[in-house]
Design a protein around this ligand. Sequence first.
Ligand SMILES: Cc1ncc(COP(=O)(O)O)c(C=O)c1O
Length: 445
Amino acid sequence: MTAYSYAAELETYEQANPRSAARFAAAQEVLAGGNSRLTAYFAPFPFYVDRAAGGMLYDIDGNARLDFYNNATSLILGHANPQVTAALIAQAEKGTAYANPTQPEVELAALLTQRIPSVERLRFTNSGTEGVALAIQAARAYTGKPKIAKVEGAYHGTSDAVSISVGTDLSRAGAADAPQPVPSSGGVTAHTLADVVILPFNNPAAARRIIAQHQDELAAVILEPVLAGIGYVPADTEFLEAVREACDGEHTLLIYDEVQTFRMSPGGMQEAVGIIPDMTCLGKIIGGGLAVGAMGGRAEVMTVFDATQGSPVIPHGGTFNANPMTMQAGLATMRQLTPEVYDRINEHGTILRHQLDEIARHYHAPLSVTGTASFFGLQCTDQPIRDYRSAQGQDPVLRQKLFLHFLNHGIYIANKNVGNVSAIMGRDELERFVAVWEGFIQKLN
Ligand SMILES: Cc1ncc(COP(=O)(O)O)c(C=O)c1O
């Protein structure tokens, strides 16, 4: 066998995607960095989608790829779901946005509050980023305290307060059980940094200690109950219990960011584990493929937005918040998400991870698979991954080769080598995925 190089994978990709290469070159002349969204970029250039249907993406060079990314987990029913499309067409004919509340807004809120244990009242936004920023603001307003705690390695969108210790440079991040906040973006002020405390994931003792240390100042702890950025590693029950108890003792609100994990069950991860936060952030699937976010919580906390009794504590606006297109697409999606659908995608996720793992073991490959429910992470290590630090140190070239190998064999995953299963996918799609993984491992041997 010829040596398996990154250059070979790159060349195959470049040869199959000349139109996308040209489009990206043109894009760089008019868009900063060539796009509007970091995750839409990967080296050497992203492919440009012409159309999508069900589980497939079709690009402008005529390549067809199975979509195991699903617009960053948001398309839980796959692309162009007929009921969602019909709902959008019907709404478009009635107008796309008004400066008034609408019936579908109330209906989607009713559905979500009924399903999510912690959410008695909610508000819609246009992105998960906004939902998170608003939840943090609400926690600060409600408690009168300035600081928040977040988990090392957790991504909560791009607002200032959470652009800290996401992709952390560990040389500046302190001890594993007492992580220091490190900006993950330019433009984060020292003041913002000083208001953020970092918790190590899945370390209950450290979490208790750090929350107690900052008790007088801590408005909220925000966490993803499954740490997506390191390959969908779930929080241990003991960790969630410890954080819940520590918050209870300190008049600190616990916020779950369920922007992604809400695709795990009708009531999200909180329902699955039975450890309930005070507030929840949402996004992705609840918009049925359109831009969306939301945050909600106990009715008492959410009174900070109430304008019926005079000026609200938080005057929250937004031209396109809860616009009827998003609400209709969200409703058409959420109504199709019966418990059976969740069971099916979660079972498919479990089967996929199991088969990938078996193949890696069979070939004694230095690879492994993480994930839970419909999520998976392909790891270029065979060491256990429990938190941000144990996920570091993987060979970056091998990780890129893996990503390009999948692309070159008709499968799209996120370029961090994570993905998810949608409801439109069946055993055939899973088998194709497994075969491409096996092909990659054979090339390594
Ligand atoms: C856990 C989590 N929180 C927040 C966000 C931000 O959502 P959005 O991209 O809609 O702003 C994301 C997006 O990927 C996310 O995964």
